[in-house]
Design a protein around this ligand. Structure first.
Ligand SMILES: O=C(O)C(=O)C[C@@H](O)CO
Length: 312
């Protein structure tokens, strides 16, 4: 494995939120806004950042736009924090090519879902293993398997542990399926030292249980890394009671993001605080109802989320 500045920081730990892709009101990429969004996320305490994920609306971007966003972000971050690039694609070859590109551009890691298309196109376990063999052989940086319901592909603990054992760069696992904490616990038991990063996801809705199960990282939405740090910092410092109190404080906002807003929440917060000019999502995604947005911003304000003050 080549020694890069990022490798020195391994194992990656902490909060690595997903950065939204920023659009202007016409739905065009707003790269200037993208850079401000990234600066806010770093100022708010992100230990790293993930781009081009589902919460980045990766499914509404052209390949050329993916590349623009990736290069703009990696150049702008310039090593301040590690950046994970999502390179999910059904095709083993396309996913491998995207991942090679990400590695060459300076990504610290790639995040990938198992191959799926729509609600029903899947491959059997043999195909999943071969897909990850191709991907693993194409790059040297670590791979995070995103175990999420959106892929509609059950990944057993045994399969994940086997992938970690057989492929030396498959090292991170973001578990965001039902029963995440139990799965994390079983995966850590089954995979031992090969499980370098057992991570929590899904907006931190199960963060406390996942930390108790051994999670070392959280991939949240991008709106309030400062709030998530208030939970994980004391937890990792051994003060579970303080972490629990912070989790209880932030949970109404986490819940509101998870259940009412989804990927738009962070954009709405960033726009309200002057981080970005527009919280537009790309059509046919729909904007938040004004009342839903008001509910979100009320909860964020009550918790003094940095996003609401950063750009003012
Ligand atoms: O964007 C994704 O793919 C996600 O899974 C988002 C999630 O990690 C935010 O908590």
């Amino acid at each position: 494995m080549p020694v890069t500045p990022h490798n020195a920081q391994r194992p990656y730990r902490g909060v690595f939120p997903v950065a939204p892709t920023i659009f202007d009101e016409r739905g065009e990429l707003d790269l200037e806004g993208q850079r401000r969004c990234i600066d806010f996320m770093i100022d708010a305490g992100s230990n790293g950042i993930c781009i081009l994920a589902n919460f980045s609306e990766q499914f509404v971007l052209t390949d050329a736009e993916r590349e623009s966003v990736m290069h703009a972000v990696l150049e702008h971050v310039a090593g301040r924090v590690p950046v994970i690039v999502t390179t999910t694609h059904f095709s083993s070859a396309v996913c491998a090519a995207r991942s090679k590109q990400a590695e060459a551009a300076g990504a610290a890691m790639v995040m990938v879902m198992p191959p799926y298309h729509g609600a029903t196109f899947r491959v059997p376990e043999k195909g999943i293993v071969e897909f990850f063999r191709v991907l693993s052989g194409a790059i040297n940086i670590p791979i995070m398997i995103q175990d999420a319901p959106v892929a509609g592909t059950p990944l057993s603990v045994e399969l994940l542990a086997r992938l970690a054992r057989d492929f030396s760069n498959i090292r991170y696992f973001k578990i965001e399926v039902a029963g995440a904490a139990s799965k994390l616990r079983s995966l850590i038991e089954a995979g031992g030292k090969d499980i370098e990063g057992p991570w929590d996801g899904e907006e931190a809705i199960t963060l406390m249980a996942d930390l108790d199960a051994g999670a070392t990282g959280a991939m949240t939405g991008g709106g309030y890394p400062d709030g998530i740090r208030q939970i994980i910092d004391p937890y990792f410092a051994g003060d579970r009671e303080k972490a629990k109190a912070a989790y209880e404080r932030w949970l109404p906002l986490i819940n509101y993001e998870n259940r009412q807003c989804g990927l738009i929440a962070c954009k709405a917060m960033m726009q309200a605080g002057g981080v970005i000019k527009s919280d537009a999502v790309r059509h046919p995604l729909q904007p938040l109802h004004p009342a839903t947005k008001a509910g979100l911003l009320e909860l964020a304000k009550e918790r003094d989320a940095l996003a609401l003050r950063w750009g003012k």
